[in-house]
Design a protein around this ligand. Structure first.
Ligand code: TMP
Length: 209
């Protein structure tokens, strides 16, 4: 696996601006001549995108926490098999909007689901692979949520503020725990945030050479 591509993930709570910023990272990698596959979770393949639609839809039936976790990992297993592993093995870099850190943050931190079970599932689904670099965009929860219109909120975005506070705490705790994390202050103008991200990714790229 030594000349496999690098696996970069982008994480954050709601309304943090991941979609805009992922394009900036993609651009930066392209200017360095790196071939990159940009994708997202849950999703990234037709089947995984169907699971995403099911997961995000607001519904009258309460979703069992275990069902939610298993659906996240089902989508992830498909995504890994069809997109992520083949790209990395072909030497391409993969830039992924969320990965298993989101399950630890949302289902583990947010929902209070058993972290030991998430750890076991992560081992079953991707014992061979962890992100090489994780860019975590941090903003206060109220700032992020304020950017999403009430009528447009999906099942997760409709949760109470405490849910997102626990998610943010989990991300911050993981940022301190794992060296692959870069915690970026995502408050301020888009230009300021992008400058911080670019500096951080550039530093990583310099280390890779
Ligand atoms: P997005 O807002 O980044 O597109 O992600 C969709 C939602 O799915 C978001 O609210 C976070 C949630 N999610 C989880 O709860 N667990 C996971 O493992 C992943 C990947 C996403």
């Amino acid at each position: 696996m030594t000349d496999r591509g690098r696996f970069i993930t982008l994480e954050g709570t709601e309304g943090v601006g991941k979609s805009t910023n992922i394009r900036r990272i993609e651009q930066l990698l392209a200017t360095r001549g790196i071939e990159v596959v940009t994708t997202r979770e849950p999703g990234g393949t037709p089947l995984a995108e169907e699971l995403r639609t099911m997961l995000l839809a607001k519904r009258a039936e309460p979703v069992a926490p275990l069902a939610e976790v298993l659906l996240m990992f089902a989508a992830r297993a498909q995504h890994l098999e069809r997109v992520i592993r083949p790209a990395l093995l072909a030497g391409k870099w993969v830039l992924c909007d969320r990965f298993t850190d989101a399950t630890f943050a949302y289902q583990g931190g947010g929902r209070g689901f058993d972290v030991g079970v998430i750890t076991d599932l992560a081992r079953i689904v991707h014992a061979d692979l962890e992100p090489d670099l994780t860019i975590y965009l941090d903003v206060p929860v109220v700032t992020g949520l304020g950017r999403i219109k009430e009528g447009e909120r999906d099942r997760f975005e409709s949760e109470r503020i405490e849910f997102f506070e626990r998610i943010r705490e989990t991300y911050l705790e993981r940022s301190r725990r794992f060296a692959r994390f870069r915690c970026i202050d995502a408050t301020g103008s888009l230009e300021e945030v992008q400058d911080r991200i670019v500096r951080s990714v550039q530093e990583y790229l310099d280390q890779c050479q």
